[in-house]
Design a binder for this molecule. Structure first.
Ligand code: SF4
Length: 219
């Protein structure tokens, strides 16, 4: 039976590196992580481009920008008023409490995560995206795709629905390497969107011989 790490290698071989998280700066990675909640990446890209055109693609510039301008830029990303509120609040807190986002990462992963989780609109998935892709901390981002694939493959028990528990379980079998964990999350998303969909395309999936859901004929 291949290990989770073997499957990571096979996914990487099959799909190639996903080059996550797209973003030229740490600020851009954090902004993208907040905007991607409940929308697809192409919508986020449009919003990021709007911010860039207005010279607002940084935490310090967002913190001091007029709300109406930020809202206008974020329209393509959906629920733009709420996202503008969260993004502006986050940016103001970063500037007033820390000075810059890099300072957050000097606190270490535990304190930085606690700080992020206190911010409006930031849950564990967004916090860990910021910490893994922006701060280079070894944290596996868990999302609905990870839970679904993990349960189908038998890596996670069917009852697990807790973010922290799923993360703890999966990280046990993976190296504490942010590059591996970041890439694994991206590959899980890719495989889940293309093949292990809600209605899975098992006949196209190279993981079929070692997939619990197929063995148990759950699908
Ligand atoms: S074999 Fe089917 S259920 Fe299992 S991982 Fe592949 S697509 Fe998903």
């Amino acid at each position: 039976m291949p290990s989770i790490l073997d499957i990571y290698g096979a996914l990487l071989n099959y799909w190639g590196p996903q080059n996550w998280w797209p973003g030229e700066t740490t600020d851009e990675i954090c902004i993208g992580a907040i905007l991607t909640q409940n929308t697809n990446w192409s919508n986020v890209e449009k919003a990021l481009m709007n911010l860039k055109r207005k010279g607002l693609l940084s935490i310090s510039s967002i913190a001091s920008a007029p709300k109406e301008i930020i809202e206008e830029c974020l329209k393509p990303a959906g629920t733009y008023r709420r996202k503008a509120l969260y993004l502006m609040d986050f940016s103001k807190q970063v500037i007033s409490q820390l000075g810059c986002i890099e300072k957050l990462f000097t606190l270490g992963p535990n304190k930085a995560r606690k700080w992020l989780l206190k911010q409006k609109g930031i849950g564990p998935e967004t916090a860990d995206s910021i910490l893994c892709y922006g701060g280079n901390f070894p944290l596996l981002v868990i999302d609905a795709y990870t839970l679904r694939l993990g349960k189908r493959m038998g890596w996670l028990s069917p009852e697990i629905n807790s973010y922290d528990k799923a993360q703890e379980e999966l990280q046990l079998y993976l190296p504490k390497d942010p590059k591996v964990l970041g890439e694994f999350h991206a590959l899980i998303v890719k495989h889940s969107k293309e093949i292990c969909r809600k209605k899975p395309r098992c006949s196209m999936c190279f993981m079929m011989p070692c997939c619990n859901a197929v063995k148990d004929a759950q699908i």
